[in-house]
Design a protein around this ligand. Structure first.
Ligand code: MF3
Ligand code: CO
Length: 270
C-alpha cells in the first residue's frame, strides 16, 4: 500500500533528505584521483552519524556500506572497496540517511578530472531527466506520466539507453515503499499521484544500450556493453500544482565549484 505523508512528516523527510545532500556535498569536496571508494564511504558514515542520523543502506538486505559508489560502466549498487578513483572517472554516489524515523535518498554523478565529452553530456542529460520527471510529480497525474517524461528525454531526444531492471520508489518510514517509479512507461498509466506521496526519482541512463548485468558480488550492476552510465536521484513530495524537491543538488554544486579536481559545467562554456 501507499503511505501518504502529512505536512509534518514531509518536514521530517526533508531533514533526512537534506542530510543526504549535505553528505553528498561533503563527498563533492573530497573526491579526487587517488582516493578509494571505501574511504569515501567511511567519511560519509561518520558525517551522517555526527549529524545524528543512521546510514539507510547499511544492513538493508545485508548491504554493508553507507554509500553505493558506481564507477564508469557500473550503473548502481557499486560496493565501496580499495578501488582508487582515477582521472577521467564518472562516479555515481548514492546515499540514504535515516533521521527522526524517516529516510531520505539521493544520488549524484561526479565527473572527476578530464572526462570524455560524451560522459559530460550523459551526466547533464541524466540530471535533467530527474527534473523532467519532477515536472510531472503533481497530484492528479499518474506515475506513468513521470516515467514517460524521463524515457522520452533520455531515449527519444538524446538516444541513450534507459535501464529497465531498477526503478525509483516511494520512500518514508521505509527506504523502499510503494509505488515503483520506473524511468520508462506510458503516459496516463500507473497509480494516481496524490498530495503527500513521497517518491525517489532516480533515472539510470546508459550512453549505449540499456542492457545491464550484475557482477558476481551480488550487488554491482554494470552495463552489458561496457559503456559509461550515470545516475542522479532526488527525494520528492508530490503536491498540488508543483512537486516539492526535498533533497538538494544546489549545495552539491556549491561544494563541487570549490574542488578543482572535478569537472564543472563552466569549463565547456564557449
Ligand atoms: N538508492 C538506491 C535504491 O533506492 C540504494 C539502495 S542500495 C541498498 O535502491 F543497499 F540499500 F540496497
Ligand atoms: Co533510491
Amino acid at each position: 500500500m501507499i503511505y501518504y505523508k502529512t505536512t509534518d512528516e514531509i518536514t521530517l523527510i526533508r531533514k533526512s533528505s537534506l542530510l543526504v545532500s549535505e553528505t553528498l556535498a561533503m563527498i563533492a569536496g573530497i573526491i579526487k584521483p587517488g582516493v578509494t571508494t571505501l574511504w569515501l564511504d567511511q567519511q560519509a558514515e561518520a558525517f551522517i552519524r555526527d549529524n545524528g542520523g543512521k546510514p539507510s543502506f547499511k544492513g538493508y538486505k545485508g548491504y554493508q556500506h553507507t554509500l553505493c559508489v558506481s564507477v564508469n560502466d557500473q550503473v548502481v549498487h557499486g560496493i565501496p572497496s580499495a578501488r582508487e578513483i582515477k582521472n577521467g572517472d564518472v562516479v555515481s554516489v548514492d546515499c540514504g540517511a535515516f533521521l527522526n524515523g524517516f529516510h531520505g535518498d539521493s544520488a549524484f554523478t561526479f565527473l572527476v578530472g578530464e572526462v570524455s565529452r560524451e560522459a559530460v553530456n550523459l551526466a547533464r542529460v541524466t540530471r535533467a531527466c530527474v527534473y523532467k520527471g519532477i515536472e510531472f510529480a503533481v497530484a492528479g497525474n499518474r506515475v506513468g506520466d513521470v516515467s514517460h517524461a524521463i524515457q522520452l528525454y533520455a531515449e527519444h531526444v538524446n538516444g541513450y539507453g534507459v535501464v529497465r531492471e531498477l526503478v525509483g520508489h516511494g520512500i518514508g518510514k521505509n527506504l523502499h515503499e510503494e509505488p515503483e517509479v520506473p524511468n520508462f512507461g506510458a503516459k496516463g498509466k500507473g497509480p494516481k499521484m496524490q498530495e503527500g506521496m513521497v517518491i525517489a526519482i532516480e533515472p539510470m541512463i546508459n550512453l549505449g544500450s540499456r542492457n545491464v548485468v550484475q557482477e558476481n558480488d551480488g550487488w554491482t550492476i554494470r552495463t552489458r556493453d561496457g559503456k559509461v552510465s550515470c545516475h542522479f536521484e532526488h527525494t520528492v513530495a508530490v503536491m498540488k500544482g508543483k512537486a516539492d524537491v526535498l533533497s538538494s543538488f544546489e549545495i552539491i554544486d556549491e561544494a563541487m565549484a570549490k574542488n578543482s579536481n572535478l569537472y564543472t559545467e563552466k569549463e565547456i562554456v564557449g
